[in-house]
Ligand binder design. Structure first.
Ligand code: NAD
Length: 247
């Protein structure tokens, strides 16, 4: 493990352009459940596709709104962990050495910015924001009550401003993520099961363009066999070691 950490550090030290992709796993140690873990307790009988789709919302808006309200409460109480902070430090180090840096996240919790990261591409939106279902009007304040609140402008029901299964990703964010994957020489992939598209393809695009991939995940993923360095452990433990802010 020590050798692998040193190899990962060495790759980052010699990079001219770094791209990072994070998934739900990096926020697990902040107490935010991954999708797998978010479907426990009250929600154990559902699958993500039954809650995180436009069809699910149309069929049962109250169920979907309540699931997101529950997750929003968890996110509101969460604080960034050592993994988020290590990536903010990596960005600072890259800036200092004039190395390109882009952090692409599939997470909707906003914890990277809270940890001090600046160049963050939120591919799947942000759960703290709300918009209306019909016209995508952003809404800042809404009443918390029994029903699903409606848009003050058009009356359409409100929904979280996240990308659901089957929806298009925001085009600017997707373009920035693709550009980062195609131009980086080191791609660091943290806490993602590497199966949700199109994010899952980003490390493979980077590989095809000649980049080296470092993976941090307690479990093997479809990316593991292609990674130059695969570190099996948690983000909050391993990232500070790789970035060199812990021993
Ligand atoms: P996922 O739930 O499919 O996979 C999580 C991955 O993290 C797994 O491979 C797991 O082994 C790994 N993991 C678990 N604990 C970890 C830790 N402590 N450190 C490092 N890795 C750890 O998540 P995904 O790949 O991000 O894709 C699913 C979708 O879930 C995404 O679209 C995302 O928007 C959404 N999601 C986001 C949040 C959030 O914003 N925090 C939470 C749940 C789901």
């Amino acid at each position: 493990m020590t050798d692998d950490i040193a190899r990962a550090r060495d790759l980052l030290d010699h990079a001219t352009s770094v791209a990072v992709l994070t998934g739900a796993g990096i926020s697990a140690e902040s107490g935010i459940p991954t999708f797998r873990d978010a479907l426990t307790g009250l929600w154990e009988n559902f699958r993500p596709e039954e809650l995180a789709t436009p069809e699910a919302f149309e069929a049962n808006p109250k169920l979907v709104w309540d699931w997101y309200a529950w997750r929003r409460e968890i996110v509101a109480k969460a604080v960034p962990n050592e993994g988020h902070r290590a990536l903010a430090e990596l960005e600072r180090q890259c800036r200092e050495h004039e190395v390109d840096f882009t952090l692409v996240t599939q997470n909707v919790d906003g914890l990277h910015r809270e940890a001090g990261s600046h160049r963050v591409v939120e591919l799947h939106g942000n759960i703290r924001r709300v918009k209306c279902f019909g016209q995508h009007h952003p809404v800042e304040i809404w009443p918390e009550g029994d029903g699903v609140p409606a848009c003050p402008r058009c009356g359409s029901l409100l929904r979280p401003d996240v990308v659901w299964f089957g929806e298009m990703l925001p085009s600017d964010e997707l373009a920035a993520a693709l550009a980062a994957a195609r131009t980086c020489d080191v791609f660091l992939c943290v806490g993602t099961s590497a199966v949700v598209e199109p994010a899952a393809s980003l490390p493979f695009m980077a590989l095809q363009a000649g980049a080296r991939v470092i993976e941090v995940n307690p479990r093997p993923t479809p990316l593991t066999p292609s990674a130059s360095v695969s570190l099996h452990g948690t983000a909050a433990h391993l990232l500070p070691l790789i970035i060199g802010i812990a021993q």
